[in-house]
Write a protein that binds this ligand. Structure first.
Ligand SMILES: *Cc1c(COP(=O)(O)O)cnc(C)c1O
Length: 410
């Protein structure tokens, strides 16, 4: 198979084509922590990045590497480093590439824990500016001489704002700034950030890619677009390596190896199996979500629906242009006449739970839980009201979902 195959075909045959033992169709789960060599020179070559081999599993494992290869294929990228969680991928990548003398511009609409770790980085002396990333002008206005990185999410959680992805990519490319896009909410099936000139792509593999709520994982993919040759933060010891590999090597060594957020081979295997049906699950979940968004939109007890698939969404046209579908995450605000908690408690099928991107539909009151720590003022800034409920729509039969919401809304 030399010519490029479709998204699902590629994933289904990815392991097999690398010829694992005994004609296995899946990459086996390799649990060895360390790897032995007959000739010590071979071990030395691995340490000196002269050959691709395994030394110690904190920074590389065959099962995890097979998943990294799949993520690279899904993202049309150059290379991927997997981590224990999406948060480990984000924090380790920034630790690996950014110095305290650098400046970061980040979207003000961020996943709560990302916002929280960015606050920790600021407390350590890093300069980060938050701005409304739905317009490139806001990003442009915040750029400084030492701005090294722009960080955005594709569809923000919970209010579904969509960053001005294409224009920001163009701006970063012109200025030679790293452009890091968290693609978790869209997943590589709906969107490839390389198409808007992203340098690095984050995925929480815990969510749609794994898809079954049974394994944590995260990844960063180097798209190959960024020119690392002139990047000032490459460590002396890596400078002799091939220019294209500088970023990903530094992320693997200074990020994964040193911070130690390693993905376990067992979790890598679960995520890998999950990824085989990403496209099928996503098609179903997105079509369920659109049907439900339309149902809520016409329901008298629902005040507001946040979903990029609705024509009244502020970035609906952008979503239509960039994404294959509109995603399976939405938020609703119930009318003041409805007791938000009572409504949630009446749901029999929909699970009151955190997480998103599961095969099952999940609901959570946002202000009281995932954004509680942030405080009322920052919540208001991020457009999060007290009776906002976030829904991650699953792949159940749509009639059952509508019946459950209908019953709970009374
Ligand atoms: C969940 C999530 C993360 C963090 O991923 P974990 O695997 O839970 O650590 C990062 N970004 C976004 C957008 C997420 O939804």
């Amino acid at each position: 198979m030399t010519n490029k195959k479709g998204f699902t075909t590629t994933l289904l045959h990815s392991d097999r084509l690398k010829k694992p033992e005994h004609g296995a169709l899946h990459k086996p789960i390799h649990t060895s922590v360390t790897y032995g060599y007959d000739d010590v020179q071979d071990l030395v070559n691995v340490f000196q990045n002269k050959t691709n081999g395994y030394a110690y599993s904190r920074q590389g494992n065959p099962t995890v590497n097979a998943l990294e290869h799949k993520v690279t294929q899904m993202e049309n990228g150059f290379a991927t480093v997997a981590f224990s969680t999406g948060m480990a991928a984000i924090s380790s990548t920034i630790i690996a590439l950014i110095k305290s003398s650098d400046h970061i511009v980040a979207s003000s609409y961020l996943f709560g824990n990302t916002r929280s770790i960015f606050q920790s980085f600021m407390d350590m002396g890093l300069n980060i500016t938050f701005t409304d990333a739905t317009s490139v002008e806001n990003i442009k206005n915040e750029l400084k001489e030492n701005t090294r990185l722009v960080f955005v999410e594709t569809i923000a959680n919970p209010a579904t704002q969509i960053a001005d992805l294409e224009a920001i990519g163009q701006l970063c490319a012109e200025r030679g700034i790293l452009y890091m896009v968290d693609n978790t909410m869209t997943s590589p099936y709906l969107f490839n950030p390389i198409d808007v000139k992203a340098s690095l792509v984050i995925n929480s593999l815990t969510k749609y890619v794994g898809g079954h709520g049974n394994a944590l994982g995260g990844s960063v993919t180097d798209t190959g677009l960024f020119n690392w040759t002139n990047f000032p933060n490459i460590y002396e010891g890596f400078k002799k390596l091939k220019p294209a590999t500088l970023g990903v090597t530094q992320i693997r060594k200074k990020g994964l190896r040193d911070a130690g957020g390693t993905l376990s081979p067992e979790a890598a295997h679960s995520i890998s199996i999950g990824s085989e049906t990403l496209a099928l699950r996503m098609d179903r979940a997105c079509s369920n979500a659109l049907a439900l968004a339309n149902y809520f939109e016409s329901h008298p007890n629902i005040k507001k629906v946040y979903y990029p698939g609705l024509a009244n969404h502020p970035q609906h046209e952008l979503a239509k242009k960039l994404f294959t579908r509109f995603g399976s995450l939405m938020s609703i605000e119930v009318d003041d006449s409805v007791d938000c908690f009572a409504f949630l408690n009446k749901l029999a099928l929909v699970i009151k739970s955190s997480n998103l991107g599961d095969t099952r539909t999940l609901a959570i009151p946002v202000a009281h839980t995932i954004f509680n720590e942030l405080g009322a003022e920052k919540r208001a800034e991020m457009g999060i009201s007290d009776n906002m409920i976030r829904l991650s729509i699953g792949i159940e039969d749509i009639d059952d979902l509508i019946a459950d919401f209908k019953n709970a809304l009374g």
